[in-house]
Design a protein around this ligand. Structure first.
Ligand code: TMP
Length: 211
């Protein structure tokens, strides 16, 4: 059986990733492709337990380095339990976030430093990077406005509660990382979900992720 592919969808809070993945999934399913949908933090039973701990709004005392280590621990478990076995089995794995999130959120917005965060993540991922990363880019103001609007229908977690300046740093770091990142596509997330998901679908084709 031929090896599958691992796709990561990245972007600031409120970039619409979750709705985009749903719409993209429908398009793929119409083509007879049944992807494995997964997410970070989380994506496996143990990693989902770590997610609860990280995003719990009552955990206000969590140290930033503890937070970074927990994201990396959750990622390790997700990789070994969900991503790698499914890719080995020939599946198309679509993950809502992966390591780029830690560089942007913990590395820069939390001020730990990209190099330090990259090192603990390299320990966790051992060079396993996505075959393609799709970055849904949206200004922090638009992202936060969307989160506010959807506040009652979606989990409003510990990181969503950070101020505008935090989310601006996250967005800027994603943009700064683009030139150094291999196999990345950037899509304008201020467009409609339909437009963005169409562009995602085309990118998967162009980059040989699907036939
Ligand atoms: P989500 O809202 O996309 O489910 O992600 C939950 C939050 O976790 C979101 O605010 C981004 C944050 N996050 C990090 O800070 N570092 C990470 O490595 C990941 C995967 C997510």
């Amino acid at each position: 059986m031929s090896k599958g592919k691992f796709i990561a969808i990245e972007g600031p809070d409120g970039s619409g990733k979750t709705s985009i993945i749903k719409a993209l999934g429908k398009m793929l399913e119409n083509e007879g492709i049944q992807p494995v949908y997964t997410r970070e933090p989380g994506g496996s039973p143990i990693a989902e337990q770590i997610r609860e701990l990280i995003l719990d709004v009552d955990n206000t005392a969590m140290d930033y380095r503890t937070e970074a280590l927990l994201y990396a621990a959750s990622r390790r478990q997700h990789l070994t339990e969900t991503i790698l076995p499914n890719v080995q089995a020939g599946r198309l794995v679509i993950s809502d976030r992966f390591v780029m999130s830690s560089l942007a959120y913990q590395g820069v917005a939390r001020k730990i430093g990209i190099e330090a965060v990259w090192q603990i993540n390299q320990f966790a991922i051992e060079d396993h990077l996505p075959d393609l990363t799709i970055l849904i880019d949206v200004p922090a103001e638009i992202g936060l406005e969307r989160i506010e609007k959807a506040r009652h229908s979606r989990q409003y977690d510990r990181l969503d509660r950070e101020a505008l300046a935090f989310h601006q740093k996250v967005r800027q770091t994603y943009l700064d990382l683009i030139p150094e990142w291999e196999n990345i596509v950037v899509i304008d997330g201020s467009q409609s979900i339909e437009q963005v998901s169409n562009e995602c679908f085309e990118s998967l084709k162009e980059h040989g992720m699907i036939n």
